[in-house]
Design a protein around this ligand. Sequence first.
Ligand code: NAD
Ligand code: SER
Length: 314
Amino acid sequence: MGKRRILITGSLGQIGTELALYFKKIYGASNILATDISDKNVDALEDIKYEPLDVTDGKRIHELVTNYKIDTIVNLAAILSATGEKIPQKTWEINMGGLVNVLDVALQEKCTVFTPSSIAAFGESTPKDNTPQVTIQRPNTMYGVTKVAGENLCDYYNLRFGLDTRGVRYPGIISYKTLPGGGTTDYAVHIYFEALRNKKYKSFIAEGTKMDMMYMPDALKAVVDLIEADPSKLKNRNAFNITAMSFAPEDLEVAIKKHIPEFVLEYEVDPERQAIADSWPNSLDDSAAREEWGWSPDYDIDAMTEDMLKNIKI
Ligand code: NAD
Ligand code: SER
């Protein structure tokens, strides 16, 4: 594995808290700088260095990148889909403003940039099943708009300026250490906590709504596999479709019942989040990621369910 000095933005969120520790195992704690706008759960970072950073402040990003001799920026700071619909303008400011700042600093200081996109970059006119790598992208959330624009901007900085930009389109990420931060796929995390606490859960997503999902260990592995991939093999570079499984709430119910037979799933559908879910794909075609950098997930729905139920502390 190559040597790197990595700055993570939004590192105290669902993915960042775990990614920082995963990076620590690979690159060493002294080579990781974790940052976020709020230090809410900074203890999760253990001995990793933490600095406050608002990504809309480009000067501060530059200061940290030069002070800490950073060569790789992993930009996780974002407002997610459901929260984004409550504050669309602010979502644009943070998701796009932050990304522009990161790309400009990276260009000046010759850093590699990893930025995740999302299944939210697709919309109702996108083919729903086996959604291709390159296809129609007309999302109807502000979050999705920022993700499509971000994908294009990262491609532009690579093609126009030669900046080393890389990224994946994450599906819904499921994990037990840090709760998700206001997305549409969050039900697939909450269901496990409620199954253990109360043996029942009311899903805000309707029966039959399939979405792509992934267990956190696969999401972490994807970042390192892609930033370490041989650039000459990357035809797409940014926004690779990746997925590990596609399921609807009732499929999780079946998987959970194998461990908790008395578990009951009910529905109390939230029309706003349901409309977002309905506009996203049922299942992604991730063959480009498999071919170009060897993407292959380790967890399916049953392996993930077993691990989630074993590890959640209530
Ligand atoms: P999260 O909401 O859990 O964490 C985001 C973090 O960004 C938070 O800790 C928040 O404090 C921080 N933040 C917000 N505004 C900021 C600002 N102005 N400056 C600096 N930090 C700020 O999100 P996550 O689930 O960890 O997602 C990380 C990335 O992965 C995002 O780009 C998201 O779009 C993408 N993604 C996540 C999922 C998922 O299911 N979790 C799926 C697809 C894509
Ligand atoms: N999990 C994310 C969301 O629901 C997908 O990007 O917003």
